[in-house]
Design a protein around this ligand. Structure first.
Ligand SMILES: *[C@@H]1O[C@H](CO)[C@@H](O)[C@H](O)[C@H]1NC(C)=O
Length: 999
């Protein structure tokens, strides 16, 4: 359970020589002198930083951060001054920062030195940095940081700051800066071209309760803005702008639900531009005005362009005039009030008029007949995508912002024909969501492998003009956000095989830790996000993971437990000054998720054991209650660290959902209690074999079909059951302690332990039963007898039958072998893999619910597809002993990721499956739906996104013996995770049976 927080005494250690941290980027920073290095700080002296007074104010401001960052690292603050090109004051070494064509100083340096700036000139946000000799009168040598434009220059400085050791999250996640007395840059410097994605940003959304309550306490006197009560003033936003720029983001949709960005604090807008952030508004807030908050304050009449066009038009004129002095991407179009679909009767024609009027406003306000150079975006969210599908089009220069399904599956990408629009396309993505089938806004639950898989498709299909991600309260999605932005900054350095190494690099930077420890952090975060993505924590209940089949719930428990142990151990080993960051970024997500998940499983065990008349049910009730309190203690711990800096940031409720919306209070899962002072009717002992909800002796509705007077239980085992044994729990049925013994009538069974004692203080013993297969031929039967002796009671006994079914694989067979009623295969474990037209099924490491996924690769831009049986395919050899009901049929369940029909609507996702020479069967597994909507199977607490996979079943007539299963590419982007062949014995579980034995 939670490790008590130890207050971090600041104890910065002086690291001597460590590598610079730059995630995925080339490094140009060193902490000791070498040949061809330039001293930023050496022997206690810092090189002065020179700027031009005519450069962008945002560059001037960022330079203050740059100087402060150098001081954070070295303790020496460099001087920062404007200088003219003709000044002659002596400086042997100087740092010169400026924007090409904007800074007279930098233009003079380029002139004087002949520095080749062709690689950056005119390129959006590009920069270069290097050492030049005799750049200006009086300066012998200078390290110049030159941006192609305002943000290019700003990013050049923050890029170096990060490598110096100042994390972008130094304030937002309290990442300490490692101290170095000496700081150098290489003479050849660092440079970067234009980013892969032009606008990269985040959306603060559904910010109540956490972000809003926190900001209210930290940035206001508790009252908020005059008209709205919003706490999101410029004190808050300037912290955020700085973070975004340090991450190399440039775009923001501000908090909106009870805030009005430009009204709450007029400096919000001014400072965004000054810092260098291009502001947008969300998909449902056209023309840079908050909706509904501002409309409710200043609008008159209904938010309905069909009946109230004049008022809405003027509302937008005011918003546009207000925003015009600053950098914006204008949101075009409109949705209905409250982010709901436009009301019935509001149709394409109306929306076309809306956009044409909005273009007219831009033309008037900017006094131009050409509005195509003003950045504009039309977000195809939910029903609006339907309008597009129904044929609505907007002018070519407006960026089409495609969206995901709010659950990380992108609904649609540009087709080849759509890719040459001048406005291009983008993606609106979600790490946090409020809506069907359930809100998820508590804790990190998105796998980096999934974000990579989806956003790399956006790269392939050229949806790269705008990437924006809904990040809820911002925390605790720090790493998710950084990956999203970093990938958009330079997609070329990340691929399916190295994407996990992003987390390693991130951990090395945040905690200045060894590669080995960073790899552990990477594993921890891969697991916590995998477990939370299998099923969002908000969708857990006490029976999600099977309590009886495949040891599923207990495997989940032990995985959480070991994750918690690993994270706690690492937390204990990091220095005190890093524990605040480590707690926020690693330990808390693990402990909070583990506590919640454990509580749910324990509640399930409590309910089940009570129904089985087992005294041990009561201990689980106590544990659930303790975990419920531990859950709140973790919330308080988060709120109390670092002197209460993050008070309220974990206010989000997360347990006790009854419908999609967050509960108004956390409430504990239902638990029950058995009467501990009274003995159950059938005597002192309970016998519960693995794999059943029933219990013996006595009646239980799950013991047999008749539900009473049932016979003894039967256990079966074959040599290919992955666990290799079965167990029977021997439990107390009341207050009477008893001694028990277990015996059988055969020599080939091993029973461990074969005797023991059970009492209220130790109310359960697990007895494992295994088979010596060398002594068994074919099917053999045994009788097992459980005998209990309780003081003062007659001997109590219960027998069970055991069936040993010895199956054998023919010599020479290689592949998966049926065991326990079926075959379970991780998709990556192929027998053969056939390439067609240069396309091969490849593994996406770390992807999905269990091991990984496989998908046809490369996906490319031309989107080849194949008829069933002609495309790239993978093969799996398997050995069958049984068929369903011995009738000669098996069902093959191919488990695929919930990929939507994300290409041309006429090209739905599909794959084909065949066995041996049987003609492949194509399945279009994502059902069609009305334009702009999703099919009912997507929704619900047992639907595609809740379960995080889609089952594709196919039946085949097969005889026992060896076979080969083939999975064929039909359409691209399908991700296969797992294959389950049911031969009649596959039982209910959440993740499917564990992988079968492969010989
Ligand atoms: C440089 O000049 C600009 C414009 O006058 C001014 O705003 C800025 O504060 C000056 N910077 C320094 C470091 O003096």
């Amino acid at each position: 359970m939670p490790t008590p927080w130890r207050l971090a005494a600041f104890a910065a250690l002086l690291a001597l020589a460590a590598p610079a941290h730059a995630i995925g980027q080339t490094t140009c920073v060193a902490f000791k002198s070498a040949s061809a290095t330039f001293p930023v700080v050496s022997a206690g002296r810092a090189a002065p930083i020179f700027l031009a007074d005519d450069d962008w104010p945002g560059v001037q401001r960022a330079a203050q951060d740059f100087a402060a960052d150098i001081e954070r690292v070295t303790g020496v603050k460099p001087s920062l001054a404007n200088r003219t090109a003709t000044a002659t004051a002596k400086a042997s070494n100087a740092i010169i920062v400026g924007t090409l064509g904007r800074s007279a100083l930098v233009d003079a340096v380029v002139n004087n030195t002949g520095l080749d700036v062709s690689s950056v000139q005119g390129n959006w946000e590009a920069f270069l940095a290097k050492e030049v000799k005799n750049p200006l009168p009086g300066i012998d040598s200078a390290y110049v940081l030159i941006g192609a434009d305002k943000r290019g220059t700003i990013f050049s400085m923050y890029d170096h700051s990060e490598q110096f050791g100042v994390s972008p999250w130094y304030w937002w996640a309290d990442v300490p800066t490692t101290k170095h007395s000496e700081l150098f840059v290489t003479s050849s410097g660092c440079s970067h071209g234009s980013p892969s994605v032009k606008y990269r940003g985040i959306f603060l959304n559904d910010e109540q309760p956490a972000l809003q309550n926190w900001a209210m306490e930290k940035f206001t006197n508790g009252t908020g803005a005059a008209l709205t009560g919003s706490p999101f003033n410029h004190l808050f936003y300037t912290k955020l702008y700085e973070l975004l720029l340090r991450l190399k983001a440039n775009y923001l949709w501000p908090a909106q639900w009870s805030s009005a960005f430009a009204v709450d604090d007029h400096l919000n807008q001014v400072f965004a531009d000054w810092y260098g952030i291009a502001m947008g508004t969300s998909h449902e807030e056209p023309m840079t005005r908050s909706t509904p908050v501002e409309w409710n304050l200043f609008g008159t009449g209904p938010w309905d362009y069909g009946v109230n066009a004049d008022a809405i038009y003027n509302f937008w004129v005011n918003g546009t005039e207000r925003a015009a002095p600053y950098e914006n991407v204008y949101t075009m179009g409109m949705r209905g009030a409250g982010d709901l679909p436009l009301s019935e009767g509001e149709n394409i024609q109306l929306l076309e008029k809306v956009i044409s009027d909005q273009r007219g406003i831009l033309s008037n306000v900017f006094n131009t007949s050409d509005v195509t150079t003003i950045p504009q975006m039309w977000c195809l969210y939910k029903e609006v995508e339907g309008f597009y599908d129904d044929g609505m089009r907007v002018p070519d220069d407006i960026t089409l912002l495609w969206t995901d399904d709010n659950w990380g599956n992108i609904r649609r990408f540009p087709t080849v024909a759509e890719r040459n629009r001048t406005g291009g396309a983008g993606v609106y993505y979600h790490f946090d969501y409020v809506g069907d089938p359930r809100d998820f806004k508590w804790i990190t639950s998105t796998q980096i492998s999934k974000t990579y898989e989806e956003m790399s498709l956006a790269i392939d299909r050229e949806a790269t003009r705008i990437w924006i991600v809904n990040v809820g309260d911002l925390k605790p999605y720090e790493m998710d956000i950084e990956f999203f932005i970093t990938y958009g900054w330079n997609s070329s350095i990340w691929d399916r095989n190295n994407v996990a190494s992003f987390v390693n690099s991130w951990a090395e930077r945040e905690f200045d830790m060894s590669a080995k420890d960073a790899a552990t952090v990477s594993d921890i975060l891969a697991n916590v996000t995998r477990f939370n993505a299998r099923r969002k924590p908000e969708l857990l209940n006490s029976t999600v993971y099977s309590l009886v089949n495949y040891r599923e719930a207990e495997t989940m428990l032990s995985e959480w437990q070991s994750l918690n142990a690993t994270a706690t151990k690492l937390f204990d080993s990091v220095s005190a000054d890093k524990q605040g960051a480590f707690f926020q970024l690693v330990l808390h997500p693990v402990q909070a998720s583990a506590t919640l998940a454990t509580m749910w499983i324990f509640a399930g065990i409590n309910n089940l054991r009570a129904s089985q008349a087992r005294l041990s049910a009561n201990g689980f009730k106590d544990s659930v209650e303790a975990l419920f309190e531990a859950d709140y203690a973790l919330e308080e711990q988060y709120h109390s660290i670092l002197g209460g800096k993050w008070d309220h940031m974990m206010d989000q409720t997360h347990v006790g959902y009854v419908y999609w919306q967050q509960p108004m209070q956390n409430s504990m899962p239902a638990v029950t209690k058995v009467q501990a002072k009274k003995q159950a009717l059938p005597g002192p002992m309970r016998i519960v074999p693995e794999g059943t909800l029933g219990a013996w002796p006595g009646d239980n509705m799950n013991d047999c079909a008749a539900m009473y007077s049932c016979g003894p239980p039967t256990l079966t085992l074959d040599p290919f059951v992955p666990f290799g044994n079965r167990f029977v729990d021997v439990g107390a049925a009341g207050p009477a302690p008893f001694a028990f013994s277990v015996s059988s009538n055969v020599s080939w069974l091993t029973i461990e332990p074969s005797s023991g004692s059970v009492s209220p203080s130790s109310p359960e013993t697990r007895v494992f039963i295994s088979v010596d297969w060398s002594k068994v031929t074919g099917v053999e039967f045994a009788n097992i007898n459980f005998v209990a002796n309780a003081t003062g009671q007659p001997t109590s006994a219960q027998n069970a039958f055991f069936v040993a079914n010895k199956t054998a694989v023919p010599a020479g067979f290689k592949g998966f072998v049926e065991g326990d009623g079926g075959i379970s295969i991780e998709a990556a474990h192929t027998s053969r893999n056939t390439t067609v037209a240069g396309i091969t099924w490849v593994e996406l490491p770390g992807y999905g619910r269990t091991l990984s996924g496989i998908t046809p690769w490369p996906r490319g831009g031309n989107e080849l597809n194949f008829t069933a049986g002609t495309g790239p395919h993978v093969e799996y050899d398997f050995m069958l002993f049984n068929t369903i009901g011995s009738a000669g049929n098996v069902t093959v369940h191919t488990q695929v990721a919930p990929t939507l029909n994300n290409y041309d609507p006429t090209r739905p996702v599909a794959l084909a499956v065949s066995v041996d020479g049987i003609a492949p069967v194509t399945t279009y597994f994502f059902p069609a739906a009305a334009p702009g909507s999703l099919p009912p199977q997507w929704d619900g607490t047992d639907g595609f996104v809740a379960n995080s996979f889609i089952d594709v079943p196919n039946n085949f007539s097969l005889a026992p013996g060896p076979h080969t299963l083939k999975v064929w590419m039909v359409e691209p982007t399908v991700v296969v995770q797992k294959i389950i062949i049911d031969t009649g014995g596959v039982r209910q579980s959440y993740l499917g049976p564990p992988e079968s034995i492969r010989v």
